[in-house]
Design a protein around this ligand. Sequence first.
Ligand code: ZN
Ligand code: ZN
Length: 225
Amino acid sequence: MLLDCSAPVPLRMAQEGLDWPNLDAIWISHFHMDHCGGLGPFLAGTKHSVAMKGRTKPLRIIGPQGIRDLLQKVSDVNNYRFFEQPFPVEVKEIEELEKFEILPGVEAVACKTPHTAESHAIHLRDSDGKTLVYSADTAFDEVVAAFANRVDLFILECTYVRNKPIKKHLELAEAMFLIRKAHPGRAMLTHFYPEWDDVDFEKEVARFDAPCQLIEAVDGLRLEI
Ligand SMILES: [Zn+2]
Ligand SMILES: [Zn+2]
């Protein structure tokens, strides 16, 4: 599955050698371009992809209320007919705190975050009981920490280093506070704005007493949960 689909995703899945022709589900947190801008290009490509010609398995696209309308509008820009694929495309609009099966044996539930009107975080639990929370984009809110309580992996946005200029994202001190509250097995910080480019991650996070292993998200990183 994919959790969010930014513009480079179709290319990056191929570069990483991922099994994209068999992708089962795409979950979208909110409608900012860096989280959904790859959906259109992906669906325009899959219509003509040789690798997907024989596929019969449905592709599920799951997101907040409005995701179907958004896809339809992008599709209508040039009559792309995103929903007419060699395989069925199922769009599911979810409400927060309503459990759904994202993949066979993987239970998911979304939680509202203070970022945009529709933005969600997601909690996943597989059949072995392994759990993950991905905050996507969020302002500071202890509800996000409660939602991630004792998960095996807490993936949290950390847009700014410090002195954040806008409310709707986190800076490092806030992310560390939420991690301390959540008591996860491990935590990963991601969604770094250019403010992070010249910052030594290990040195910067050492200012805080991390309660668990803290991972810096980098392109191509692979983790076992
Ligand atoms: Zn956003
Ligand atoms: Zn974002």
